[in-house]
Ligand binder design. Structure first.
Ligand SMILES: [Zn+2]
Length: 113
């Protein structure tokens, strides 16, 4: 596993956690956030395979999932599972989700527990 971390944000006004970050809190309209590390385990709420990807993706397709973490945060990331199921338990990791020339872009990934 890569020694990288992915951060979401927590609204300073209402405590709502978001990943990816938004400019405005969808719960209360707040604009001030503090970073939170996205980690731990959760369950797959839904997933989908995306085939029409930008050229800098090294993948043939991208399997995206929305996972509800133990904190209640619903995070979107890449699902690394050949046998995905709704309700399946997964763990958060961080890996390279795309490469732009020399630059590697890290993002959230989910693997089965
Ligand atoms: Zn808020």
């Amino acid at each position: 596993m890569e020694d990288k971390k992915v951060y979401g944000v927590r609204c300073k006004a209402c405590g709502k956690e978001l990943y990816p970050a938004h400019a405005l809190c969808p719960e209360c309209g707040g604009r001030e956030f503090e970073p939170i590390e996205i980690r731990g385990e959760g369950v797959v709420l839904t997933y989908t395979d995306v085939y029409a990807l930008p050229l800098d993706y090294a993948l043939r397709y991208l399997r995206l999932a929305i996972v509800e973490l133990e904190s209640g945060l619903r995070a979107t990331g890449q699902l690394l599972d050949d046998d995905p199921k709704i309700g399946k338990r997964v763990r958060v990791t961080v890996g390279v989700v795309r490469e732009r020339g020399e630059e590697k872009i890290y993002g959230l990934q989910f693997v089965p527990v």
